[in-house]
Design a protein around this ligand. Sequence first.
Ligand SMILES: [Zn+2]
Length: 370
Amino acid sequence: MASLALGAWGCEASAPARGLGELAAHGLRPLELGSAALLPAAGVAEPPRAPSAPAAFDHAEDSRLGSSRSYSLGTTSRGRLVGGRPLPDQSAALVPRAISVARGAIYGTDELVGALERAAAHVAERWPGSVLYAGDLSARRGGDIAGHVSHNSGRDADLAFYLRDAAGRIADRDDLPAVRADGSTSTGELHFDDARNFELIASLVRDPRIQVQWIFVSAPLRERLLRAGAGAGADPALLERVAAVLAQPRDSSPHVEHFHLRLYCALEERVEGCLDAGRVHPWVDTFEAALQQRVAEVVPLLHTGAAEEARYAITRLVRLRARDAADDIAALTQSDDPETQALATDAVAFLRGQRTPPAWAHLLPEDAGE
Ligand SMILES: [Zn+2]
């Protein structure tokens, strides 16, 4: 697994945001996970929608999924968000920044918003009066947000630091003052709260319902947090994970004024086409087994003789980047059906790394480094 060039995903990076890359999403269905796992192939088969209507994707999926389940599709810098869940508007412990509300950038996956709620509540329970101000997450349907390279698919969140004033009182605030290496803000009036900020990070890293990929923060603040955790007697195994996920991006904002949290794809998202990029920490489950099972269910649909079903299967396999399925799909490049033939030709070229049709740009790996 390739690992990452950190800078590509920092927020407020100087690099221009990438093009949207529309999700060519046809026939996406929510999976019934939980008990045993994935739907049987017969359940996957019906009912494919016209593959020529990618623009209808968001609306159709939103109405189909309702608010019951969110999905991060594609990557964090090219992907989309389906069924995005807004930050709560009545929580005392977790408050969206006014500017993010104004931008509409308060939507995330169920996993992300739920994790923020739990972590903020945990800190506020231990230190009453604490308020975690959340900056930009994603737009309701994902896609590009001004000022961010990532934040496209509901798995990124900018978070204010917990702060104290000169008298040591809790002084959390909606704006994001820059914090220097000594922990003081640039005006010197406020101070980075090592204990609460560490507990926030630890709470996210410990949360069994999510898997944290990164929490970007400047290198001096990272050191402060690790010292605070060690000083508080944190479990060495937890500290090791905290140290692994805390990182200063190489060539974007150093993150001296906020954290940037990024989650890995959840299982239910992974088998629908959510794409991780970059480093995989040793303790992370990337759900490859479920993905392979999903691919194994879809491949037979290529060969049923029904053109719509075949096209549905092709687009699913492309979204899952099922490179091993390219040979199966290749048979359909000789299809009598022109639409299937064209789709299969594109898919084979894409999966073999020869060519990327514009509609599938969001499925490209983002990771050019290491
Ligand atoms: Zn960010």
